[in-house]
Design a protein around this ligand. Sequence first.
Ligand SMILES: C[S@@+](CC[C@H](N)C(=O)[O-])C[C@H]1O[C@@H](n2cnc3c(N)ncnc32)[C@H](O)[C@@H]1O
Length: 291
Amino acid sequence: MIHTPVLVKEVIKYLRIRPEGVYVDATVGTGGHAKFILEKLKTGLFVGIDRDKYQLDITRNYLKAYKKKARFFQSNYTSLKELLKKLQIKFIDGILFDFGISSIQLETPSRGFSFQSDGPLDMRMGTTGKNTITAGDIINTYSRENLAEIFYKYGEEKYSRRIASGIVDYRSSKKIESTEELNRIIISAIPNNFYSVNISARIFQSLRIAVNDELDNISAGLNKAVGVLSKGGRIVAISFHSLEDRIVKNFFRNKKPELKILTAKPIVPAEEEIEKNPRSRSAKLRSAERL
Ligand SMILES: C[S@@+](CC[C@H](N)C(=O)[O-])C[C@H]1O[C@@H](n2cnc3c(N)ncnc32)[C@H](O)[C@@H]1O
């Protein structure tokens, strides 16, 4: 099973791949975009990074035909510079960020990302090293105020306080252990007739962002990328919600004149792509070039 990559044509266009260049996919996932980048490389090198070991195992196998020109790292993309150093690379020609999680992560119940299937409250993208806090830890130990803040800040959910209170009341008699259990608590915290699945989606999204420190990683990762881009090198970043997109937009703006913005407005998928892959509906691509 392979995650369907979004905005592929646009990614390839904005990366403007030179066959002898060095290109990084900072969120390689299961290699959907990577394959198209690798197809364009001749003597160049591809570097694929992902925090998630399970994704990388699939990718290494999926892209085995290209293994001579590809290197993979299980790591946070915020370690970009150190990873490149291992390959004795100082500068790169382009980098892709495709934020969020892949549909494979979402659809694997044991990872705990989805409220639509039952699993443990985990949600860690990388399950090794220091990234040990799980969604269950947050749900069972954070104060009512801290929970409400996470739901509001990262989920923009207006029932944040009610849901936080529902969780704190419930856990006073029993530890919350599964995604299904958490989802039931969310549903019962919402007044009759006001519940919609979007509320569960927003709460689960906010927990995922908190567990994986996603927003801070985006700023740090973009900064690292600018530090290693050669002149004329390009960043392509795909976001899936407004919080991510705002960070990318402001980052590019604040980096002027070091960066030239190539997309005055974000590029979005055509209707045809959305029809084939509904998950692409919220994708927004922005790109900038190092001057
Ligand atoms: C939307 S998916 C990428 C899909 C990929 N473009 C493809 O076509 O298969 C996002 C990926 O980024 C990874 N990821 C998220 N945050 C990361 C980080 N800080 N460092 C490295 N990988 C990260 C996730 O584990 C996930 O596999």
